[in-house]
Write a protein that binds this ligand. Structure first.
Ligand SMILES: O=P(O)(O)OC[C@H]1O[C@H](O[C@H]2O[C@H](CO)[C@@H](O)[C@H](O)[C@H]2O)[C@H](O)[C@@H](O)[C@@H]1O
Length: 274
């Protein structure tokens, strides 16, 4: 059953606190986190987004603990995710909704076929025309697609941007992955989703329990692969229908729960001296 309750009634807050305490005792713990709207508040310029300082501090503590991994799972291109997360050499990053992968120095390169490259180029030209036509829209280029941003467009014109972008894309191809995000509509020539990304991370880290948190519709694929019987915890940030077991109000609440988790995990495992 999907959970549509408003953020955090008291009983839910207690249930979430208990779930975090259980998670802190996992043999091998993976935190797989969406970035925008989960760790970082929305801003007008995508590359200007940063995780809230409290969240960043908690993640720094967690990723230095033994048997604990922090990974970012985002719709952003990897190149942009590296910048906004201030990633170090060991970072576990999944970009472009699961298409681009960087696990430390290992990665999966995205080799497009000639047909995909051609479709991508035609799509880019068509979407660029729309962005040129409608003031305050912006085209974000990704390795396998594009995002049309309309955060700075008046609320009345948003639906027009989406409709025109959809129409233009449909004229190019009926084989595109389309995602409606927060003031963005995205088109991709490669299919992938965050559920597969989380499972890949689980396999790579051999995690015995996973926390996945996200705010958007695309994060539902991540919640779908959470397995409470293994101790996994899915946390929806903000309102909207969700498959997640738990919900918090906003990025500040995420930062608080990560701080609580860092404290509980530190008490359970010895900090690494390396
Ligand atoms: O999966 P996520 O990490 O949540 O990434 C989703 C999209 O995030 C970025 O766009 C969003 O955040 C921007 C910065 O706050 C904001 O200006 C924009 O309106 C939001 O849609 C990013 O630019 C996209 O590529 C991601 O797909």
């Amino acid at each position: 059953m999907t959970n549509t309750a408003s953020p955090l009634p008291p009983a839910a807050a207690v249930a979430l606190a208990n779930a975090l305490q259980r998670l802190a005792r996992a043999d091998r713990l993976l935190l797989a986190l969406d970035f925008d709207g989960t760790l970082a508040p929305f801003v007008d310029v995508p590359r200007g987004a940063r995780a809230l300082p409290e969240a960043k501090a908690a993640l720094d503590r967690l990723e230095h603990l033994p048997d604990t991994w922090v990974a970012y799972v985002s719709g952003r291109p990897l190149s942009s995710l590296e910048i906004v997360t201030e990633a170090d050499d060991d970072a576990l990053l999944i970009g472009s909704h699961g298409v681009e992968i960087r696990f430390g120095r290992d990665g999966v390169s995205v080799d497009l076929t000639e047909e995909e490259r051609d479709r991508l180029a035609r799509l880019g030209e068509a979407l660029q025309q729309i962005v040129d036509d409608i003031p305050s829209t912006k085209l974000e280029t990704k390795p396998v697609g594009f995002g049309v941003h309309y955060r700075l467009v008046s609320a009345e014109r948003g639906p027009e941007v989406v409709a025109r972008a959809r129409e233009a894309a449909a004229a190019i191809s009926d084989d595109l992955t389309i995602r409606d995000g927060k003031d963005i509509i995205e088109f991709s020539v490669r299919e992938a989703h965050k559920g597969d990304a989380v499972e890949r991370l689980r396999e790579y880290t051999k995690a015995t329990a996973v926390l996945f948190a996200g705010d958007d519709v695309t994060d539902e694929d991540g919640f779908r692969v959470m397995d409470p019987s293994r101790g996994d915890v899915g946390i929806k940030v903000g309102r909207g229908e969700t498959l997640a077991q738990y919900r918090v109000a906003d990025e500040r609440a995420v930062a608080t729960l990560l701080t609580l988790l860092a404290e509980a995990r530190e008490a359970h495992v010895k900090p690494s001296t390396a």
